[in-house]
Design a protein around this ligand. Structure first.
Ligand code: ZN
Length: 362
């Protein structure tokens, strides 16, 4: 893809924060193979890639302008940016490009397995061929398999688009008929439409063999998580930090071993943590990950939208360390991501025994 020289160069970003370079994690920990379970393809696009896509489609936007769009302090501001970036993914080769970039980023983080969420609801809204986009994505993913990175996919609907649109996402998964599509999920604005409206959609997803995911308790209350479990049969919860406000729900999550996919930097950048804690100035050290984990709730630490939230998996583990979690606890959390991955028990063992990738982490 032609780059607009001087327009789409690497963004002049400051380090994530001053502690990023510090030795919060041991070499022993950094050598571990990692899995990531909550990760959106669209949110992994670095500003320079978005700039190049914009140039391809005649949309004026320099890398610095994209970077400005990647700064927000509330959830709806983030959704607006997500929509804008998604609008620049127009052809199958754009999705393949995004996947190739993401795969390289994951390898550099020692990630050996990831479940990548695709906003199929947005593809359908834009009248794109989901089959053609997915075919290009899978072809790009195959090249990473030989390099020690296995990728599975989650077909995601947009909650505010409604139940009929969500059903079309499930039907698209059925048409694609690929073993690499392991789950159906719903993201977007969890306060827009009640969970019960999506019952039939989740029944259908289950009937065609997909696991059931949903974003809940991110900006919504604990009742959103409870309904996702009781009404929709959700097997893992995206975010779910609202659980900290409901001790009986915390008990339920621990007893039923339902994991929360925890994405700390995302919760800071979208204002979700501030909202859940009722603290406008909430800092990463106040994130409830340690309390949720020590209550016995399974957690999977993830980046959500790494480029849009200026993060990566290593940074998330560093954040967890700053929250007061000990390295032995971080190792347990790493193991949990494999335990709750949608792969066979045999594959879980193989993945965790993966030889350390030669990566930037060494
Ligand atoms: Zn998400």
């Amino acid at each position: 893809m032609a780059d607009r020289v001087g327009q789409c160069g690497p963004a002049a970003t400051a380090p994530l924060n001053e502690e990023t370079q510090s030795n919060l994690l041991s070499a022993d920990f950094l050598a571990l193979p990692q899995a990531e379970l909550h990760l959106h393809l669209e949110g992994s696009l670095q500003p320079e890639t978005v700039c190049a896509l914009a140039a391809k489609y005649g949309v004026p936007a320099s890398t610095q302008e994209v970077l400005q769009r990647y700064g927000y302090r509330d959830f709806l501001g983030f959704i607006e940016t997500f929509k804008w970036v998604s609008s620049l993914l127009r052809a199958p080769e754009d999705f393949a490009l995004a996947l190739r970039h993401l795969g390289e980023q994951l390898l550099a983080q020692n990630v050996v397995y990831a479940e990548i969420t695709l906003s199929v609801g947005v593809m359908l809204l834009r009248h794109q061929s989901v089959e053609k986009n997915f075919e290009a994505i899978v072809a790009a993913a195959e090249s990473f398999h030989n390099r020690g990175l296995q990728l599975h996919f989650v077909f995601d609907a947009v909650r505010q688009f409604g139940a009929d649109a969500a059903m079309q996402v499930v039907e698209a998964a059925e048409r694609c008929a690929s073993k690499s599509i392991v789950a159906f999920g719903i993201g977007g604005d969890e306060l827009s439409i009640p969970a019960k409206e999506f019952r039939r959609v989740y029944e259908k997803a289950g009937a065609i063999g997909l696991h059931k995911l949903i974003h809940a308790g991110e900006v919504g209350g604990p009742e959103e998580i409870r309904q996702a479990i009781e009404l929709l049969g959700a097997e893992r919860i995206g975010h779910g930090i609202a659980a900290i406000r409901d001790p009986s729900l915390m008990d339920l999550l621990a007893e039923r071993r339902i994991p929360l996919e925890i994405c700390p930097q995302s919760n800071i950048r979208t204002g979700a943590l501030a909202k859940q804690l009722g603290l406008p100035t909430a800092q990463i050290q106040q994130h409830p990950l340690p309390q949720l984990f020590r209550h016995g709730i399974p957690v999977a630490l993830s980046t959500d939208d790494p480029a849009m939230f200026h993060t990566d998996l290593r940074s998330e583990y560093e954040s967890a360390r700053r929250m007061g979690l000990q390295e032995a606890e971080l190792k347990r959390i790493t193991k949990m991501s494999f335990e709750h991955a949608f792969v066979s028990e045999k594959e879980k063992a193989t993945l965790q025994g993966a030889r350390r990738a030669t990566s930037a982490l060494s």
